[in-house]
Design a protein around this ligand. Structure first.
Ligand code: GAL
Length: 408
């Protein structure tokens, strides 16, 4: 098989001392500065075992990478391991028997006792078997604010969404774009979700995102949220970047006032050596709700018929959730660890805010857990259309409610 061939080549290449060393190709979409710094922590840890990490970074975003990853697995050209978001993205691959059952590794490592919250492990589980190792918690409901942009405009840095919205006109008058926005549906959907949670409130958000109640999506709270999103669209006119990290860079350089983006943005501020509270601020729940979703990343291991590769895959799964790898990776990534028994005291202020929210139980399921990929992609398409046109808030709300009505 192809993987065995790769193994032979790999064992010939690695040092003689690593007798049972195995080369595993690992695919992921971590290509921004902060992401690359984080994934190198995993690669270093794996290489230190004497095995070899063959980096299979796929440039773009999850939206670009996921179909490539899935088609390689289905098409008989599997990688050794792959990142995906934990939740429902791998559902069909698991059902097709294409992903390795990690239940014995999980049992040996006591994952059931240490993974926190337990929903992370549940989202790796199908029919009682565990098919992925969760490596982090990433939440999407954050706004990142540039202190230099506000200083230049002679304004104080907002402390919540409404203050931000009120400041937008003055930022514009000072020649600063209020809201940086990458022109991709998933990013626009993140902004939509965060604004909805802030403006429509927790109950309405849960009604739609957990209960899939279309009446709530048609209701007054969501009308207010859609109007707020239409206002946000106006704050972002002229933001022509595509990639999320280019939009983050606009906040880092002060050419934009803010970005609504997941906590992985923290990795970019870290690489730029910016200091939270001095150079930038981060507001979970857009400063209005102390809640965050528990999305994130997990690694899956495609099935193959070579026992040596299978053993190496299991070894990697155990390594990625080890205390050392969890600390070094998550500090670089800006994400929260999946185990509560490790020391994160060196985490910066934004991560500490996330850790406090996690400890207080203010957690929500992520859309990757609530919605199928089909539903998610339909919502992202609607958001792409809404943000790049003059579609009215009312029309967008009506289309959205119809999607929720049929969501699975
Ligand atoms: C998410 C992933 C994060 C981050 C982000 C942007 O899907 O969970 O780890 O990398 O994409 O690339």
């Amino acid at each position: 098989m192809k993987l065995s061939t790769k193994l032979l080549a790999a064992t010939a290449m690695v040092s003689a001392s690593a007798a049972s060393a195995v080369e595993l190709e690992v695919t992921h979409w971590w290509t921004s500065g902060g992401e690359a710094a984080a994934v190198s922590k995993f690669a270093d840890a794996w290489n230190a075992t004497g095995n070899t990490w063959v980096d299979g970074a796929i440039a773009g975003s999850g939206g670009t990478a996921r179909p490539i990853i899935i088609s390689r697995i289905i098409g008989g050209d599997p990688m050794g391991a792959t990142q995906m978001n934990h939740g429902r993205q791998a559902e069909e691959l698991i059902e097709a028997g294409l992903l390795l059952d990690l239940s014995d590794v999980a049992e040996a490592g006591g994952w059931a006792d240490l993974v926190n919250p337990s929903s992370l492990l549940e989202s790796c589980t199908l029919d009682g078997k565990i098919y992925c190792v969760p490596v982090n918690i990433h939440s999407a409901q954050w706004i990142w604010l540039s202190h230099s942009a506000y200083e230049n405009a002679g304004l104080s840095v907002p402390t919540d969404w409404y203050e931000f919205a009120a400041s937008a006109g003055d930022l514009q008058a000072a020649g600063t774009l209020p809201l940086a926005m990458g022109q991709q549906g998933w990013q626009q959907n993140i902004a939509f979700g965060a604004i909805t949670l802030a403006v429509a409130g927790l109950d309405a958000w849960k009604g739609v995102n957990v209960d899939k109640n279309a009446d709530v999506a048609r209701g007054a709270e969501y009308t207010a949220a859609f109007e707020a999103v239409a206002a946000a669209r106006a704050f972002a006119v002229g933001s022509n970047v595509q990639d999320w990290n280019l939009a983050t860079n606009m906040v880092i350089t002060g050419s934009a006032g803010a970005q609504i983006m997941g906590d992985w943005a923290q990795g970019e501020f870290a690489v730029a050596e910016q200091v939270e509270g001095e150079d930038y601020s981060c507001l979970p729940g857009l400063g209005l709700n102390d809640v965050l979703d528990t999305g994130g990343d997990a690694f899956y291991f495609p099935v193959n018929d070579d026992p040596e590769i299978t053993a190496a895959q299991k070894e990697m799964a155990a390594l990625l959730i080890s205390p050392e790898a969890q600390v070094s990776f998550n500090l670089a990534k800006g994400s929260l660890p999946v185990r509560g028994d490790i020391d994160m005291s060196t985490a910066n202020g934004c991560m500490q805010k996330g850790l406090e929210i996690l400890a207080s139980g203010g957690i929500l399921p992520s859309s990757d857990i609530s919605f199928s990929q089909d539903t998610t992609l339909q919502i992202e398409d609607l958001m792409a259309q809404f943000w790049s046109s003059d579609m009215s808030a009312a029309d967008a709300q009506a289309s959205y409610a119809n999607l929720i009505e049929n969501a699975d």
